[in-house]
Design a protein around this ligand. Structure first.
Ligand code: SF4
Ligand code: SF4
Length: 107
């Protein structure tokens, strides 16, 4: 499954840096989750990190993206691809470094 940020989001900025897949980004009005990158934190943490830190509990399961754990694992591997160009400038590390680390991590 992917998760979804509802319009109860108060733009507190807390969840975005916690996402291990860089799936959270600022949308037109509130933060949003890219369902193609959200793995519910499978492969990284036991619990979705965004849900853990959100102060207003506005991150439910996305009803249009119900996926098996195996599918989430496959998505997690795909998420090791380089960041989208619009995301990279805000990152504290170069895209190449992320890619290299990902390759090493997966063996
Ligand atoms: S559940 Fe995990 S992967 Fe999905 S948006 Fe939240 S922090 Fe990112
Ligand atoms: S932690 Fe919750 S309230 Fe804060 S930006 Fe993320 S979704 Fe919005």
């Amino acid at each position: 499954m992917a998760l979804l940020i509802t319009d109860e989001c108060i733009n507190c900025d807390v969840c975005e840096p916690e996402c291990p897949n860089q799936a959270i980004y600022m949308g037109e009005e509130i933060y949003e989750i890219d369902p193609s990158r959200c793995t519910e934190c499978v492969g990284h943490f036991d619990e979705p990190q965004c849900v853990q830190v959100c102060p207003v509990s506005c991150i439910p399961i996305h009803p249009d993206h119900i996926e098996s754990r195996e599918t989430l694992w496959q998505k997690r591997l795909k998420c090791l691809r380089p960041l989208r160009p619009q995301q990279a400038p805000d990152r504290p590390w170069p895209v190449a470094a992320v890619s290299a680390a990902a390759v090493c991590w997966c063996g």
